[in-house]
Write a new protein. Structure first.
Length: 492
């Protein structure tokens, strides 16, 4: 049935089947659509129940185990530079000889964490961003046993997620909108930023002397979350986790004849290529005002997408998302978070949409959406949907029955078997989820650490290329875990 914007805005849920009917799904039954055309559906088996960890850190299914690859404030940085920084977020995993190298974002602003990324010559972007974020490079052996850790980039701020490139580097994203000259104050300290922030930077897993701490201004300055480089190396897709108004999905297109490669991004002119923001079209040609209007009734239905060029990508006077009008120029979304690509398209997560702030009054609350953007068809399809559970409105993050529900998917990656791994950042218990569009969603790990009044979010889930180790972080108190077990039996 064709769906128009008028039907959605008029509260036409009954007429077009947009109302969510039935009970809220439990751990093994998140609603999902058929797999996007041409995408693999993991065969797999249901994971067994999670077993409590005697150490009180990570519950796993029987037959699985974890090692701690890094722990903020405890494990050492190479060269006597101090301890592992905290607030690990997006993580890329790279093969290096007989080892794995993890490039880890640290989502830190000046003095917002006890353990921060130290300045190292050749890696510093902004000397005014004291005791702030950046990336470290953690090396482990093939079983996840720690070998060392060094600084990849420093003097950046609030490094959230990012994305791996087809040529084997990591793009780290600043989720912040700060200008040179802005003051900061935290932990009894104060200072002044010397550079603009809100950019993407490239970080290399191998020789440190490759690092060039230069922002890729062509990709725009805004509250970046994550990105995907199209296999053609001519386009990049970027999510924005922001509010007042909600963030946007962006596409950057390279100048004619230019293909991205190692170091190319930082040498692009600030206005190189074209930066555009997404608008989703309804059947009548109107522009959807927000992704929250799309619910489980539209699972598996491709929506046509067009793109609107950004007037001032460096946000000289006005934040980028405020330069464009929702429902006319663009379709925003609350909590646009992780994204991860395959050969044909990119999976994009909207973590949740509820509460009065930044949610249109007639939109539908939800506890998570996973979308698939098809590069060639230029369509966006809802592939997994978490209906809103009223319990997630609770301010009590310790409510035990929250362990019965999924909510707040955040970082995402694709497994070697073609399914998805999602990290929860919701209310109550936090899980790492195995999710197959067109199939069930299972919990494969649960955070048992109740830290500062809540179960801290999981971040940066990413398999080693051979499928033997799943790396994931518990952001607070800052632990990187290497999980091994019979992954292929359940995901293959």
């Amino acid at each position: 049935m064709a769906v128009s914007r008028r039907q959605l805005l008029a509260g036409g849920a009954a007429g077009v089947g947009l109302a969510v009917a039935g009970t809220v799904p439990t751990l093994s039954a998140a609603q999902a659509s058929p797999v996007p055309s041409g995408q693999p559906a993991a065969g797999g088996r249901p994971f067994p129940p999670l077993m409590d960890d005697p150490a009180g850190i990570l519950a796993l299914p029987e037959g699985f185990r974890y090692r701690i690859a890094a722990r903020a404030g405890e494990t050492e940085l190479d060269g006597g530079l101090g301890k592992t920084p905290g607030r690990q977020d997006g993580t890329g995993v790279f093969s290096h000889g007989g080892a794995w190298r993890l490039i880890q974002n640290h989502e830190i602003t000046p003095f917002s964490s006890e353990f921060t990324v130290p300045f190292v010559d050749g890696t510093v972007y902004d000397h005014g961003a004291l005791n702030s974020g950046g990336c470290t490079v953690v090396e482990v052996d093939r079983q996840g046993v720690r070998r060392g850790e060094r600084v990849g980039i420093s003097g950046t701020a609030n490094n959230c997620a990012g994305g791996q490139t087809p040529w084997g580097s990591w793009m780290t994203c600043e989720e912040i909108e700060i200008k040179a000259g802005d003051k900061w104050s935290a932990g009894g300290h104060s200072g002044t930023y010397e550079q603009n922030h809100g950019y993407v930077f490239e970080v290399f897993p191998d020789a440190a002397n490759k690092q060039r701490p230069q922002p890729i201004k062509a990709f725009g300055r805004y509250a970046h979350e994550a990105l995907v480089v199209e296999p053609s190396r001519e386009r990049v897709y970027l999510t924005e986790d922001a509010s007042s108004p909600n963030g946007l999905l962006y596409r950057w297109t390279a100048p004619r004849g230019v293909k991205l490669g190692p170091g190319v991004g930082a040498t692009l002119a600030p206005n190189a290529g074209k930066l555009e923001a997404m608008k989703l079209l309804m059947d009548d040609g109107s522009v959807l005002p927000d992704l929250a209007y799309i619910t489980s009734a539209q699972l598996g239905r491709p929506f046509k997408v067009e793109w609107t060029e950004v007037p001032d990508r460096d946000a000289t006077t006005t934040p980028v998302r405020k330069q464009l009008k929702p429902g006319v120029d663009v379709t925003p979304s609350k909590k646009l978070e992780g994204c991860w690509g395959d050969e044909r398209g990119a999976y994009i997560v909207a973590s949740f949409a509820f509460g009065a702030s930044d949610l249109p009054a007639d939109a539908v609350k939800h506890d998570g959406q996973v979308w698939y953007y098809d590069y060639a068809a230029e369509t966006l399809t809802l592939v997994t949907y978490f209906p809103h559970n009223a319990a997630t409105d609770s301010a009590d993050h310790a409510v035990k029955y929250q362990d019965l529900y999924f909510d707040g998917p955040d970082n995402v990656s694709i497994t070697p078997w073609g399914s998805l791994i999602l990290a929860e950042d919701g209310v109550g218990a936090s899980h790492v989820l195995s999710s197959t569009p067109g199939g069930a969603t299972y919990a494969i790990a649960r955070n048992q650490l109740f830290f500062n009044g809540e179960f801290s979010e999981f971040t940066g889930p990413h398999f080693s290329a051979d499928g033997t180790v799943l790396f994931v972080n518990i952001q607070e108190p800052g632990i990187t875990l290497a999980i091994t077990g019979p992954w292929g039996h359940y995901l293959g």
